[in-house]
Design a protein around this ligand. Structure first.
Ligand SMILES: CC(C)(COP(=O)(O)OP(=O)(O)OC[C@H]1O[C@@H](n2cnc3c(N)ncnc32)[C@H](O)[C@@H]1OP(=O)(O)O)[C@@H](O)C(=O)NCCC(=O)NCCS
Length: 159
């Protein structure tokens, strides 16, 4: 799979838009009250023939790297780890001081996944998803594990 990892290019934008619609409930992603659009993203994709088997998107600004989305579509084959590692390398190479991301209170698997990879909880933004929902009404009220979807949890790795 590592051979099939490549950087996103501008020609991927329509496909990225569709991917986010399919996996994240809309053509844009909201975190910390900011709207992220596909055309603003840097990222890497893992391809399995024509299909996208994994995707990570991120933005670098002010010496910080924010992971905007991470999806592994072949559970437990190492794709999510490989993509995250790639962005950590990128962030280090661009002299970022930290890499951070937002996940939500219901996503217990992601909370474990990142913490097993040395990320630490940097902040809990109580009720932030309720605010994001005002911008993106497609965010469901009930998330994973049948939990109310309401808080943003910020995880970071200092570089
Ligand atoms: C979180 C997510 C990205 C992980 O992706 P993934 O491709 O399954 O991740 P990996 O395969 O690298 O790792 C998952 C587990 O499989 C194990 N694994 C990795 N390669 C393996 C292999 N070749 N054989 C067996 N197990 C393996 C890993 O050890 C890992 O377990 P661990 O976390 O206990 O160490 C994926 O579950 C996902 O897309 N979730 C939905 C979207 C989401 O919540 N994204 C994150 C929030 S932004």
């Amino acid at each position: 799979m590592a051979d099939n990892l490549r950087r996103l290019t501008p020609t991927d934008v329509p496909r990225l838009r569709q991917f986010w619609s399919d996996h994240w409930g809309g053509e844009f992603i909201v975190s910390r009250g900011n709207i992220h659009h596909p055309e603003q993203m840097e990222g890497f994709v893992v391809e399995d023939q024509d299909a996208w088997a994994g995707l990570i998107t991120y933005r670098i600004a002010n010496n910080e790297c924010e992971v905007i989305s991470l999806d592994g579509l072949r559970d437990g084959q190492g794709i999510g780890t490989m993509l995250l590692r790639k962005v950590i390398e990128e962030a280090r190479a661009t002299k970022c001081q930290r890499i951070f991301l937002i996940t939500t209170n219901d996503n217990l698997y992601a909370l474990g996944f990142y913490q097993r990879r040395d990320f630490e909880i940097a902040a809990v933004h109580r009720g932030a998803v309720n605010e994001s929902r005002k911008i993106k009404p497609s965010i469901p009220l009930i998330g994973m594990n049948g939990s109310p979807l309401r808080d943003e949890i910020e995880l970071e790795l200092e570089l």
